[in-house]
Ligand binder design. Structure first.
Ligand SMILES: Nc1nc2c(ncn2[C@@H]2O[C@H](COP(=O)(O)OP(=O)(O)OP(=O)(O)O)[C@@H](O)[C@H]2O)c(=O)[nH]1
Ligand SMILES: [Mg+2]
Ligand SMILES: [Mg+2]
Length: 304
């Protein structure tokens, strides 16, 4: 440490006694501290400043939707370690949604978010100039707000299950220049939700109720189409896949919606206390489990 200081030629401070009170004061045996600061500031502006040029410009192209997608790191293991229910754990899905809601409420310009399994996508409006559209700033703010919320709200969703280690989420930024591209992106993520959920629903039925081992269930489902899986569920387990919970089949979309909030207030009118009701229209994040794209009338009723 001291060797490093010597190398940097930092002035060495010596302690000395005040003649009056005996207090220890610092004394510099080279330049006064103020002049050292001035010269180091000058150096930072001149000699060292070139290092800034190593930073790459990651400004997102204007006029595009900016999508930040997060995905849980090694959540296969995380789900096993924390005994997530198979194939869907509603506590875990609720916690993902709670964390995504926090991202939307705390950060600017997110118009819609969509999540399923261990992932969530956040769509920034095309005109957003938040953090000068710098991809790294946007992505890291989303990832850190989401991760800290996931840990912060864990106990609200897993009351009797302690968090055993800190989870992590990776992030990526993708730009979509047209409405159609964005619609297709969201459709793609929702199709992924559907395909995985159908597979997982049949797979775990075969294991949990059908008495197959995981290897046998995998073999049974090899090469099957969606119609075959629906048929197995219906004929062997009396399950109509279309009646499975929407949140599992469609994932969760978060959007801003206006809602009226009514409060009561005490006011003094002509020296008399009166109670009045005040209604204000506020924007709040609401969750939907529906077809994101497709029939315009396919919107389901909000669940929260
Ligand atoms: N049991 C259970 N597991 C879940 C649930 N949600 C997510 N998972 C697990 O999380 C995994 C998410 O898949 P991926 O994101 O592709 O894989 P990963 O293990 O997170 O690996 P990386 O994302 O590559 O780090 C699933 O395969 C499940 O194992 C759930 O509700 N219940
Ligand atoms: Mg993952
Ligand atoms: Mg995933």
């Amino acid at each position: 440490m001291f060797r490093r200081l010597r190398f940097l030629k930092v002035p060495v401070l010596k302690s000395t006694r005040c003649p009056e009170g005996g207090a220890v004061v610092a004394k510099c045996d080279r330049k006064p501290l103020a002049s050292f600061r001035t010269s180091s500031v000058q150096m930072a502006k001149s000699k060292f400043e070139y290092v800034r040029n190593f930073e790459t410009d990651d400004t997102c192209l204007r006029n595009c939707y900016i999508v930040v997608r997060l995905d849980g790191r090694n959540f296969h293991k995380f789900a096993e370690t924390h005994d997530f229910a198979k194939p869907n754990d509603d506590r875990a899905l609720g916690l993902m949604t709670r964390s995504a809601r926090s991202v939307m409420e705390e950060l600017d310009d997110i118009v819609i978010a969509y999540g399923q399994s261990d992932e969530f996508s956040f769509v920034f409006k095309r005109s957003s100039n938040w953090f000068k559209r710098r991809a790294s700033k946007l992505m890291t703010h989303v990832a850190s707000q989401f991760s800290s919320s996931y840990v912060f709200f864990w106990k609200d969703h897993f009351a009797d299950r302690p968090l055993l280690y800190p989870p992590g989420f990776d992030g990526r930024v993708v730009l979509y220049p047209s409405n159609q591209n964005l619609r297709d992106y969201l459709s793609w993520r929702q199709a992924d939700c559907h395909i995985n959920n159908l597979y997982n629903t049949v797979f775990w039925r075969l294991v949990q109720k059908g008495g197959l081992s995981t290897v046998q269930a995998e073999d049974r489902l090899k090469g099957t189409l969606a119609a075959d899986k629906n048929e197995i569920l219906f004929s062997e387990f009396d399950i109509n896949y279309n009646n499975e919970p929407l949140v599992h089949r469609k994932g969760t979309a978060l959007v801003w919606e206006k809602a009226d909030e009514t409060t009561t207030k005490q006011v003094r009118v002509l020296n008399e206390e009166k109670e009045v009701t005040v209604t204000k229209s506020r924007k709040r994040v609401s969750a939907h489990h529906c077809d994101l794209i497709g029939s315009r009338s396919g919107r389901s009723t909000p669940t929260s």
